[in-house]
Every structure is written in C-alpha cells, then in structure tokens.
Design a protein around this ligand. Structure first.
Ligand code: HPA
Length: 277
C-alpha cells in the first residue's frame, strides 16, 4: 500500500490483528515466502546482521506493507527482508521500527511484532542501541535484556487484557545466547518515551528502580510479542554510558558512531545466536 494513503492503524475501529494479518499476507506475496520461523528487529548498530544470517531471498520496502510507517530516523533502514539460513530456516528481518516518541500511537509501534507473529514466527529477537547505567560497561558492548521497566505509561494491550510478563525475556534464550558468547552480561532495560535523552537525575532514578539500560524502544514491543505468544530474546548494544554516568554530553552522532564501530562484531554474534536457535 503506498504511504500516501492513510495508515489503516490510525482508524480506531480497525482491528490491529487483522491489519497485521494483512501485512503478513503482503509479506508472503512480496517475498514469495509463505511463512517465517524467527523474526528479528534490528536497532541502531545491528543493521548488518541480516547479511550474516543467511541468504537474502527478498527485500521489501516497509512502506509497501500494510500498516507500516515511513522510517523517522537516519540510521534506521525501512526494509523487511526474508532471509534463509544455511539450515533452511526462514528469518524475517525487520529494519523498520516505529518508535513511541514519533507520536503515532502504540498500535503502530507494535505493528511489526504483530506482523511477525502473523507470518508464523514463534521467536522474536528485539535489538536496540541504548545507554548503559552499569559503570563497568563500555560503548560497543552488547548485553542481554533480562527484564524491563516500562516507563512510557502506555501499553499495547487494549481493554481488560491481562497478560503475565514473568520471564518475558526468555531465560532459555538468554542461556542459549550465553552458550554462543559466555561473556554476555545482562540487565534490566528501562524504556523512556524520549526522544530527548534522560537527565542524569532520571538515570539515577532508573538505577534506584533496578534499571541497568536506558532506551526508547523494545519494552512495548516485547509486551506485544508476549501477547502474540512468541518467545523473546532482547539485546542492547551499549552505544554510550547513560547521561551523568559518562561525563560528556550525549549526542545522536555518538550513538550512530558507536553503532557503526560495533556493527561487524555484534552482527556476527547475532547471526551465530540465530544459527543456534
Ligand atoms: N538513552 C536513551 N536512548 C538511547 C541512549 C540513551 O542513553 N543511547 C542510545 N539510545
């Protein structure tokens, strides 16, 4: 669907799961791949993973798929790719994240995850670039997400939909990731709304609350993935130490630069984890 037409998710009467089913049908038609096994959303710094996971069977501009939005940000690729691993598994690589701070509502934020579930994917890998609160962490270091604090005051669940979030970021998948790289540390991800970075006081608040990673994505997507019955692996690339933990001001350029530098290493790691799934 061309992006000049209204996004069907903006119609409050639309059923977001039906829109996701249409999107999955678009993906099947445009890629020629009827079903996918695993979906992975690539955040800042993770962009090259797709090439290492296997052979790209098809690349689709996200705006050609029902319900997807134009990418808001440089460094975020607006494509969906169907990749075939050497073992023959089908991976849907989502390079088109809609962030909550864009202000288009939570339905659009979690549409890619719901679409991934509708393509048949039972595993959702969510990656991002984020700030680190732990002082021992260094920019360029990948860490596993063990749990989250959702500080957006929003939810992808509508109405009285009560969903358990215990072990949201699957212990089994974290153990599997550590079997690939035993040095992987883990921490609690705090999703702030953004798009401003946190103040040092907010970072201290997150730390007191039990947070180790600060970012602007992932938590809402993980909730939607759980609702869809998927098993979730979350990974953050620490692109910078969080505000006040590092003494210098934060900049988007610094975040992109850390992502570019770490990209070959973390992309290879992600590919090995997907191979081990
Ligand atoms: N805070 C929030 N989001 C981010 C950061 C940060 O420090 N770094 C990269 N994304």
């Amino acid at each position: 669907m061309p992006h000049t037409l209204a996004n069907p998710l903006d119609d409050p009467a639309a059923d977001p799961f039906e829109v996701a089913a249409q999107a999955a049908a678009d993906i099947a038609r445009l890629t020629g791949v009827p079903q996918h096994d695993v979906a992975v959303t690539l955040g800042s710094g993770w962009g090259r993973a797709a090439e290492l996971v296997g052979e790209t069977v098809a690349t689709v501009p996200a705006i050609e798929v029902t319900g997807f939005s134009k990418p808001a940000l440089e460094g975020h690729v607006g494509t969906l790719r169907s990749v075939r691993t050497p073992a023959g598994r089908r991976i849907l690589v989502i390079g088109a994240r809609t962030h909550f701070y864009e202000g288009h509502g939570v339905r659009r934020v979690v549409h890619s995850v719901r679409t991934a579930a509708a393509t048949g994917a039972g595993t959702m890998i969510l990656t991002n670039g984020a700030g680190g609160i732990r002082e021992t962490w260094r920019p360029g270091q990948p860490v596993l997400i063990s749990d989250h604090l959702n500080l957006t005051a929003a939810s992808p669940l509508e109405g009285a939909t009560f969903i358990d979030l215990t072990d949201l970021y699957s212990r089994r998948l974290r153990d599997l990731a550590r079997s690939v790289d035993p040095t992987l540390d883990e921490g609690v991800y705090c999703q702030f709304r953004g798009p401003h970075y946190e103040t040092p006081a907010e970072v201290q608040m997150a730390k007191i609350l039990g947070g180790h990673i600060v970012g602007m994505s992932t938590a809402l997507e993980a909730i939607a993935a759980r609702q869809a019955g998927m098993e979730i692996l979350g990974m953050s690339l620490i692109t910078n130490l969080a505000a006040g933990i590092q003494s210098t001001p934060l900049s988007h350029e610094e975040v992109l630069e850390a992502g570019r530098e770490a990209e070959p290493v973390i992309s290879a790691l992600l590919a090995r984890i997907i191979e081990a799934l």
